[in-house]
Design a protein around this ligand. Structure first.
Ligand code: FCB
Length: 460
């Protein structure tokens, strides 16, 4: 088996997102936070078991203990998000109580040597904005810029690096075209408008922050997934290009090249919003970006399929490794090295257009926890195996010249997995969280990853 040894200046950390952990109900009750779109979506029965983020893992109350757990396991870099629904009132005013909460939590971590990487939007849109059109509306753009400025003014001294958006593909295509995430529209036209607006919001916010302080380190976190054709037929090869455009390049190309990818325009015809040249100039921030955040979980093999609106569908290879949510995990022996492929593809496509630094901002494995007869947690060997394979691919890509500076495991603790709710198969944590008691128990994978963080190499 191959092995890796990362240099000592390589950044290792863990990631989570506010709404998945915080416990929205406590924020609404005790902090006057606004309810998010996810509570409304869950109330419509559109999540697994109608699970909502109301309880989360109650980070709201347990932040100190959770921070202690992080520090005692050698975590030095922490990517998380600042919720718009908590920080801003519906009229755009600042919610002081939320500012105090973030300051207390992050100051405590920083005093203990943990660096904060803050995502400004990890899907915490207030329902009040969804009622006005969500990402279809200019009001969300304006509110996002206000949010970015408020974060910088009130929390900026605690933040090392910013990311404007988390996974705009999920926030728009999955949420407005496929209807699987809140607010759950099923319209390609809505999705393309939402995607344009969210990219504009990101570009405007980044420019606004950099005009206040040009030394800020700001990036964008994108969904990144390798796509392969199921066969070498022309139709399948074309399908592969469309899939890559839909999932990756619709977001990558505008950021770095200032245009949407042409290959997919015939498929999107009739659904596109009006796109002005000046919008595209605003969106193109590649050269200003401190880093690109790459989130990767799986990959996709596609074949031509004329019954589908995009003209292709997914194929699963029989016997291929999957996580417990059924997502094909791209590692040997069945699948190629998806993470390596996508990292080299992006680097070589965009390095002449501003891409200078990459962080793997999320990578992880959904796995149900198992217990022995006495109720003790069994080691999560498959998760460790996943991490080992993927870290190897990151290392190989780095050796191949991709300037990868860090890797964040998703996620610290089992949490609210969006449309999958709290289903046991959807747990990505390095720490098990009991759904009844919310007790935290470190998994074997956390012990393993602690050693990787300390030594740059796998203990086994
Ligand atoms: C990503 C999200 C993250 C988490 C993982 C499993 O798409 O950014 O919040 O849900 O998937």
């Amino acid at each position: 088996m191959k092995a890796f040894e990362f240099p000592s200046n390589f950044t290792f950390g863990v990631a989570d997102a506010d709404l998945q952990v915080i416990g929205e109900a406590a924020c609404v009750r005790d902090e006057d936070a606004q309810p998010t779109m996810w509570s409304a979506f869950a109330a419509e029965g559109r999540t697994w078991n109608s699970d909502s983020p109301a309880r989360g893992i109650d980070r709201f109350h347990h932040w100190k203990r959770d921070a202690d757990l992080m520090v005692s396991h050698g975590i030095r870099h922490y990517r998380t998000s600042v919720s718009m629904s908590r920080l801003l009132r519906a009229d755009g005013g600042v919610n002081k109580k939320a500012v105090e909460w973030y300051r207390a939590y992050w100051s405590y971590l920083r005093e203990r040597g943990v660096t904060i990487y803050a995502t400004l939007y990890h899907w915490e849109l207030p329902q009040s904005l969804v009622d006005k059109g969500g990402w279809l509306s200019q009001e969300s753009i304006a509110m996002f810029i206000t949010h970015a400025v408020v974060v910088h003014e009130h929390l900026g001294d605690l933040i090392d690096q910013y990311f404007t958006l988390n996974e705009p593909w999920c926030a728009t295509m999955l949420s407005y075209h496929q209807g699987k995430h809140a607010p759950g529209h099923t319209s390609l036209r809505d999705a393309l408008l939402a995607a344009h607006n969210i990219l504009l919001a990101s570009g405007l916010a980044m420019r606004e922050l950099l005009s206040k302080d040009p030394s800020l380190k700001i990036g964008v976190v994108l969904n990144s997934q390798a796509h392969y054709a199921a066969s070498a037929s022309d139709a399948d090869l074309r399908a592969q290009r469309v899939a890559d455009c839909y999932f990756n390049r619709w977001f990558y190309d505008p950021l770095f090249l200032g245009r949407y990818p042409e290959e997919i325009l015939p498929v999107f015809e009739g659904h596109l919003p009006e796109i002005s040249r000046s919008d595209m100039e605003t969106i193109r921030v590649g050269k200003m970006m401190h880093s690109l955040g790459v989130n990767n979980y799986c990959g996709e093999i596609v074949k031509a399929d004329s019954t589908r609106d995009l003209g292709y569908s997914s194929v699963k290879l029989p016997g291929g490794p999957e996580n417990d949510l059924g997502w094909p995990v791209f590692e040997a022996p069945t699948y190629p090295a998806g993470l390596y492929d996508i990292l080299t593809q992006f680097y070589h496509s965009y390095r002449d257009h501003g891409l200078k630094r990459v962080y793997i901002t999320e990578n992880g494995m959904a796995l149900r926890s198992n217990f022995d007869a006495e109720g003790r947690l069994l080691p999560d060997i498959r998760r460790i195996d996943y991490y080992r394979h993927h870290l190897q691919q990151v290392y190989d890509a780095k050796l191949a010249g991709v300037p990868i500076e860090g890797y964040f495991a998703w996620t610290l603790m089992d949490n609210y997995e969006w449309a999958e709710g709290y289903r046991p198969e959807g747990c990505f944590g390095l720490v098990h969280v009991d759904r009844e008691t919310l007790e935290r128990t470190p998994k074997e994978s956390l012990r393993w990853f602690s050693q990787v963080m300390a030594n740059g190499k796998a203990p086994y």
